[in-house]
Write a protein that binds this ligand. Structure first.
Ligand code: HEC
Length: 400
């Protein structure tokens, strides 16, 4: 009976699962090591696919089930896993012909962009060593204020880009004042500029919920801050940023906020170092998502809030934290938070030799850009009234 059932499963049943759960990364030009858009591409990987889905290593996801529900939770259902298992155990049969999965125009994960900004010259990444963060000024996309409903950064050589932050530098900002359009600058800088998006391999692009958008003020420039990581082969990367403009003015503006703990100091061999950072919401806001960022010794990251003093509530616990998977966690139900709500983020680090990713358990580790140094950054996004900007969000008014 089981065998008969298994034999009846063909690629026709499997392909929709791949389309829903895998091709975002497993398609041409994306981070997955092989495309899975046709039978021919998928067949040689059948056993590996069965292993990966039954062991829950694919798709990658690290949120602790006990806390929160997330819109972008990519995990397979039990019946999807059984379909794949049955297909593989039944001989990975093709069955009736199916059309290949249609991937998006020119590899964009957003709909066809209204505007594309590309680096003027390619950045030469050496084959080895380390490269300081590069800042590359792109053209100013909007002569008048504009609203962006989707945005995506795409490197031309994905394998050498560890991550990139796309900042919105307002026209009157002094930040990187000396930067010339297109000429990379490797200054160590701090900025309060708003963030358009953060690119990490495998992270979905920025797509705003209905009625929300990010604002690019008139004549603001986009600044790419890129962390290039040599991977053994010299390369020249020319990153581009695609923008989709909102069809109508949004009701709410999305702001990307972050809290850092720059004072981390992890002792050698410490298997469980804790660091935290906390604050209070200066104004009402609708909380949308989280994006924790640690380096190789990071082992967990947690966001908790308290609307009332002492009533802590865990909204996300990422455990284990994996440096290779810089994921964003989108709340299934955005959370309305009144001003005064406390937010506390806690990270743990494993600097022991039992951490297989640890480059040096003997080192005392402090804050730094490179992956053998550490960071503690908790990004999160909020929606606020459309007319509010980041500066005014942080103005605290006396509550009555
Ligand atoms: C967020 C991006 C992402 C998604 C979604 C994803 N993968 Fe992957 N996958 C990767 C990357 C990157 C690797 C290589 C690194 C690794 O193995 O950790 C990989 C590796 C694999 C491997 C191992 C290949 C090898 O070299 O042995 C298999 C099998 C696989 N994926 C199957 C799947 C299947 C099946 C799905 C959907 C159910 C899926 N993946 C979803 C990014 C992804």
């Amino acid at each position: 009976m089981m065998l008969l059932l298994a034999a009846a499963i063909t690629f026709v049943d499997v392909q929709p699962i791949l389309e829903r759960r895998c091709v975002a990364c497993h398609r041409k030009g994306e981070v997955g090591p092989m495309p899975l858009t046709t039978y021919k591409e998928t067949r040689p990987w059948a056993k590996g696919i069965r292993e990966a889905v039954t062991a829950h290593t694919m798709p990658p996801w690290f949120a602790d089930d006990r806390f929160g529900k997330f819109k972008n939770d990519p995990r397979l259902t039990v019946s999807e896993i059984e379909t794949i298992r049955g297909w593989v155990e039944g001989g990975s049969v093709e069955g009736p012909a199916v059309k290949p999965i249609v991937t998006l125009p020119e590899g964009w994960g957003i709909s066809a962009p209204d505007k594309v900004l590309t680096m003027k010259t390619a950045y030469p990444v050496p084959s080895k060593g380390s490269v300081a963060y590069q800042h590359i000024l792109l053209d100013s996309p909007c002569p008048a204020d504009c609203w962006v409903s989707a945005a995506e950064a795409r490197p031309s050589v994905r394998g050498v880009v560890h991550h990139a932050v796309v900042y919105i530098r307002e026209a009157d900002s002094d930040w990187l004042k000396d930067a010339k359009s297109g000429v990379p600058l490797s200054a160590k800088t701090q900025t309060t500029s708003d963030i358009l998006l953060v690119y990490t391999p495998g992270q979905p692009p920025f797509i705003a919920p209905d009625g929300m958008a990010k604002k690019i003020p008139a004549k603001a420039h986009l600044v790419l801050q890129v962390h290039y990581t040599p991977n053994g082969k010299a390369a020249a990367d020319k990153m581009k940023v695609g923008l989709v403009f909102a069809k109508q003015p949004p009701r709410q503006r999305i702001l990307t906020l972050q809290m850092n703990n720059g004072a981390i100091r992890i002792p050698p061999e410490d298997a469980s170092y804790h660091a935290s950072v906390s604050g209070t919401f200066p104004n009402d806001a609708l909380l949308l998502n989280f994006f924790p960022h640690l380096h190789l010794r990071g082992s967990s990251f947690e966001y908790v809030i308290a609307e009332k003093p002492g009533q802590w509530e865990t909204l996300l616990r990422v455990k284990p934290y994996r440096f290779n998977w810089q994921l964003r966690y989108e709340l299934d139900q955005p959370r309305r938070l009144p001003k005064g709500t406390q937010i506390l983020m806690t990270a743990t680090y494993d600097n022991s030799k039992n951490n297989p990713y640890n480059p040096d358990p003997e080192a005392e580790v402090v804050w730094g850009e490179q992956s053998w140094e550490e960071m503690m950054v908790g990004f999160f996004e909020v929606a606020v009234p459309a007319e509010m900007d980041k500066k005014s969000f942080f103005i605290r008014t006396q509550s009555r």
